[in-house]
Design a protein around this ligand. Structure first.
Ligand SMILES: [Zn+2]
Length: 65
């Protein structure tokens, strides 16, 4: 039996952000880039200084403002 080799071949480079609501994993949002729009309805925006702003924006009517 060959030994198991673990290769760091994650499709998401760098940090991973896990949604605290639904535990989905996302690429960590970068400052001044698009916020994470989690499928559970929560948005996470990186405002700098390792601080994330979270907003709940349920998909109602399909208008995202
Ligand atoms: Zn979520």
């Amino acid at each position: 039996m060959a030994s198991v080799t673990y290769t760091a071949q994650s499709p998401i480079a760098g940090q991973i952000f896990t949604c605290p609501r639904c535990q989905r994993e996302h690429a960590y949002p970068r400052v001044e880039q698009k916020p994470i729009r989690c499928e559970c309805g929560w948005w996470y925006t990186n405002v700098g200084h390792h601080h994330l702003v979270e907003e709940f924006k349920p998909r109602i009517g399909g208008h995202t403002g």
